[in-house]
Ligand binder design. Structure first.
Ligand SMILES: [Zn+2]
Length: 197
């Protein structure tokens, strides 16, 4: 199963600045993932099965990221689906500059629920961290993070800090640094901004 899922990824090498502010030497195009929904289906089922063991009664994913996967996973589990929306904070710099929040009309209905936060891929986890903070602010209880792909170990550290389960179908080591520690910056290589996550 692990080998098959990587065939759904398009990998690029270079010098990237991710949404989180971290730099990396690899980037993965995930846009094609849901064009091959039939091939994706068994991995969604596997993710849902693993998340079920954590007593999840809602699944939340970031819009423009894992929201579609979150919706499929919620349907598989027979639980409610929520999403967060991404907002840029003008002038905010440093790591994790982007906010994620549930829309006003969903904030009350998530209250008291045990929530799994699902994204297609988690590296530094900008979207899952932002969603985590807002789910707490809504009075719900995040219990698990779920993803098809987990790149590097930053997400595992975050999960451990917050007492969350982390369920990833496929994980790999991943060179990822704060800009100040980035070896590619030290080499003077131009950096490419990449969108989500
Ligand atoms: Zn760099």
């Amino acid at each position: 199963m692990q080998n098959e899922i990587t065939s759904l990824l398009v990998q690029r090498r270079g010098h990237f600045q991710m949404e989180s502010g971290y730099h990396s030497e690899m980037w993965f195009e995930l846009e094609a993932l849901f064009e091959r929904e039939e091939e994706l289906r068994p991995f969604v089922s596997e993710l849902a099965k693993r998340l079920a063991s954590h007593g999840v009664d809602a699944v939340c994913g970031p819009m423009a990221g894992g929201a579609k996967l979150a919706k499929l996973t919620a349907a598989e589990l027979g639980v409610e689906y929520f999403f967060t929306e991404r907002t840029e904070q003008p002038g905010r710099t440093g790591l994790f500059p982007i906010n994620y929040a549930l829309p006003q009309e969903l904030r009350e209905s998530v209250r008291g629920k045990s929530v799994a936060i699902v994204d297609d891929a988690i590296s530094a986890g900008s979207a899952v961290r932002g969603s985590y903070a807002d789910i707490l602010a809504c009075g719900a209880r995040p219990v698990a993070l779920g993803a098809l792909f987990v790149f590097g170990d930053v997400a595992a550290q975050f999960a451990q800090e917050k007492g969350l389960a982390l369920e990833g179908i496929w994980g790999m080591s991943f060179g990822m640094w704060k800009p100040v520690d980035c070896p590619l910056c030290k080499l003077g290589l131009a950096v490419e901004q990449v969108a989500a996550r």
